[in-house]
Design a protein around this ligand. Sequence first.
Ligand code: ZN
Length: 352
Amino acid sequence: MCKFSGKSITALAFEASLEHGTELERWSCLKKFKLKQKTELFWWRLQNNCIPSNPFLVKRKICISSHCPRGCGVDEDENHLIGGCFKIKNVISIINNWGFMVPSFDNFQRCMDFLLNANGRSKLGANLFCTTVYLVWKSRCKLIHGDKEESDNTLAANAISMVVSSNFLNIQTGSWDANQLGLFSTWHPPPPGWIKINVDAALKSNNMAGIGGVARDDKGRFLMAFGEKCWHWDISQLELLAVIHLKNLVKDWMFEAQGVIIEGDNCNIIKLIQNAVKAWKVSKMIDENLAFLLDFNQIVFSCSPRVSNKLADICANLAIDSSFLWENILDFSIPSSFLYCLKEECDALDNS
Ligand SMILES: [Zn+2]
């Protein structure tokens, strides 16, 4: 009889193989997020309890306190490293205010369950989450070595550029899932250095139609707005035209931006454009109407609920009467309905 807790050798071997199975499962689950090498290594170490956090060092008698070095007053265990710490909570909340959807956890097991099951739409959130946890850990190591920690904003912006650059053109933010639509009740600004262009279309029963859009920076400041009068009968086609029309309006400052987010409220159209750009990655072929999208440094397609696409909706409706292009907020032809909504969405950012 085996001396370990009365279990047979076979039972133990079976358990060991099961454990090995979970380990493999966890490891391959990380692979699917296409993390940067260092982030992946960090997570592998985290899963295998070999991150030199304070409790790890206390066990080996290298350190006397197992508490979080940021003064949280609790053990710096895996639950704290992946989300318990205020620093991670702050950074994730900033990223989510830019319109991304990054989950947060207080419990390592729940976090691993999420990562194991994340697929399709939630992969971006998972990648951003894993990258953020890694960057916050790196910043914590700076603190330990007597340097100043990186600010929450810097960490959030770095996480975005790391993830977007490794997933070039293959990112979508916002909420495809209908049950998540309610999460975004206002317009969300892009990350610093980025531009967000909201587009929309409007159609009247007599086939008089308009497409329109508005470009803003991370502070919600106005950069440009357009509206184009047209005739059409299909609202989806119009929404697609609104994106295609951007190619007539692209300016140097758009190419100089770190990235551009194109946001509309018709998820099917946003998805269609995203797929076209995705397909380009494989086949190097793309509809020539959409080819201009490849010239941006980074591009993200986002689907938002109608309520956070209000300003673009105003542009599309104004365009039914006549086409316009505003490149200066002082342009006297900008109606007060537009200015009022712009101001309202800008004020909402200050209060958030
Ligand atoms: Zn902490």
